[in-house]
Design a protein. Structure first.
Length: 176
């Protein structure tokens, strides 16, 4: 009897060999990574990078960027809807109020550019910055929704580009 990990490995390998299925799974994975999975998106890029299937990598990259953007949009909507409740709740405790005020100032000061930079860092979890920028978007006015989504999409593209460059430099340096 195969272990669940072996079964998962076989499933992912079979899916990887079917581009439409793998790209669709990658899209759903990217949404989940944005919303609830505090793990980097780079896992979906390893197989095509190692196989040097750069054309396939383009499709996977677009699926990742689109999925992350949809996940970010859902988090943005959540933030707009619960931000007032968080502020009211924080009024009860001095530390919570201090934290909310500092988080709101950080988001207002760094804006969409700060989000873009954070999300462009390879191996960075997307979940934490997305919630930080969404939940502490003071009265939904510190960040423009369209720019927030554009920052997410462009950061995903940038992150893949950085990863590919690092991979190619590593291959050339170490002759892999």
């Amino acid at each position: 009897m195969a272990s669940p990990l072996d079964a998962l490995g076989r499933f992912l390998e079979d899916t990887y060999n079917n581009p439409l299925a793998y790209i669709s799974l990658t899209f759903v994975y990217a949404i989940a990574v944005a919303i609830v999975l505090p793990i980097p998106i780079e896992a979906a890029l390893l197989a095509p990078l190692l196989d040097r299937r750069y054309g396939y990598l383009i499709g996977i990259t677009l699926a990742l960027a689109a999925g992350k953007t949809i996940g970010a949009w859902l988090i943005f909507l959540l933030g707009v809807n619960v931000e007032g409740s968080i502020r009211r709740w924080s009024e009860r405790w001095r530390f919570a109020k201090w934290f909310v005020e500092k988080a709101e100032k950080f988001v207002a000061r760094t804006g969409n550019l700060g989000l873009y930079i954070l999300l462009s860092i390879p191996l960075m979890t997307d979940t934490i910055p997305l919630y930080l920028y969404s939940l502490f978007n003071e009265e939904g006015k510190a960040l423009d929704q369209r720019m927030y989504l554009a920052a997410n999409f462009l950061a995903a593209l940038n992150r893949v580009a950085v990863l590919v460059i690092i991979f190619l430099v590593g291959v050339n340096l170490f002759g892999l």
